[in-house]
Design a binder for this molecule. Sequence first.
Ligand code: UD1
Ligand code: MG
Length: 475
Amino acid sequence: MHNPEVVIVLAAGEGTRMKSATSKVLHPIAGRTVLGHVLAAIKPLAARELRVVIGAHKDAVQAHIAEISPEALTVYQAERNGTGHAVQLALAGAATTGSVLILAGDTPLITSETLKEFVAVHYANESSASVLTADLPDPFGYGRIVRDDEGDISRIVEERDADDEVKAISEINTGIYLFDNGALREAAAKLSKDNSQGELYLTDVIALIKEAGRVALAIRTNDYSEVLGINDRSQLAECTAIMRDRINDAVMKSGVTIVDPTTTWIDADVKIENDVIIHPGSLLAGTTIVASGAVIGPRTSLTNVIVGEGAKVIESTCTDSEIGAQANVGPYSFLRPGTKLAANSKAGAYVEIKNSSIGEGSKVPHLSYVGDATIGSGTNIGAATIFVNYDGVEKHQTTVGDSVRIGSDTMLVAPVTIGDGAYTAAGSIITEDVPAGSIGVARAKQRNVLGWVLRKRAGSSSAEAAKRAGATERE
Ligand code: UD1
Ligand code: MG
């Protein structure tokens, strides 16, 4: 396999049509940025040098590149004098041998497979300048591929410089090229601004290389969806939907059931084992990992969550959490960062948990808030229990042992510890530790005021019902 010596990614553009405070190439698609997808597609080509031309939103783009592709060198283009100018800048100081692959930073759907095939065809034909092309149903706005009588590419003409005959050509320049390094350098030095935009067009190097008597090649791809670029929010949504379908397809091929692929959104870096079932309206984002046999959804969102084998997560929102094997979550649970549910545990309906670990087989079945807590194994947290972790200034820790029974509607005012096998009485406000094997009771004793309704609410339906039951006005 031949590898390009240098890869140049052009990403200096303004992205005006996005109407955004964020750089066009930093907008997210399936958990990566637009540029992140391009850089991920390039990686398997194993080029010696990667150079990204940046300009608009330079600091943010540079910081992002440093994070996701630290091996890349950024080249700053202060003035946007065209794609030819950008490449001239990128070539300065780069390796002078081998081949140079050039692509735009705003085509996130391009795949490594297509790029590898493109490189292979270039080398097989001993080409000096190859351009990846596609037939578009609507070629408006793109540079058109003009072929000679032999069917070989002779030049690329931009929409703005095209006459009607050229505008009728449906084969377009995708903006992906592979050049012999020497041939590119020679031609790039000859570029002129003699065009309607007064810019240096990279596209003009094709005709210059042909004129020098070298082989130029237009290599057509059948799947034009791979080369769609993003210029506005509609195209962003279009590319996002194509990416969703592509990811869902691969996930289903690997043995996962997606009940409704049109409403299931899975990020590019999510890992899902076989025999997982994903119900409609679910979002699996970030670095989420789902083990075999788990059931996700409907309407569940998992961001950076690890889900164990056979766990069920229904109608819930979970972030930066771990859900153990065979655990049950939901419906309507909210697992916030730092939640760890051990195997066979449960976070049931309307339960919010953050920064807490729930031991094996322990259950928080209904309507509770658990914050900054460690709960042992085999423990049951009664309905509507609140871990009172915040005193208005600081957060405090609660520890609950093994096989504990917290009565319904208990307030556990942290810091507090409930020993192994202890109970709390329903409705208690627990402010002191409860030793192992004890019951903590912290509530007012009940008092019944007999006949109160008959005296104070005489004539009401309650009073009538009480009378029928034999109640009297006497205290
Ligand atoms: C370009 C091609 C066109 C092709 C199309 C494919 C030229 C002259 N035209 O047109 O034939 O069909 O891409 O999408 O090359 N950029 C810089 N610095 C600059 C100018 C542009 O880095 O000074 C970057 C942009 O950020 C972008 C890429 O180069 O990523 C392409 O530039 P753009 O202005 O979008 O060119 P198009 O008009 O789309
Ligand atoms: Mg463009």
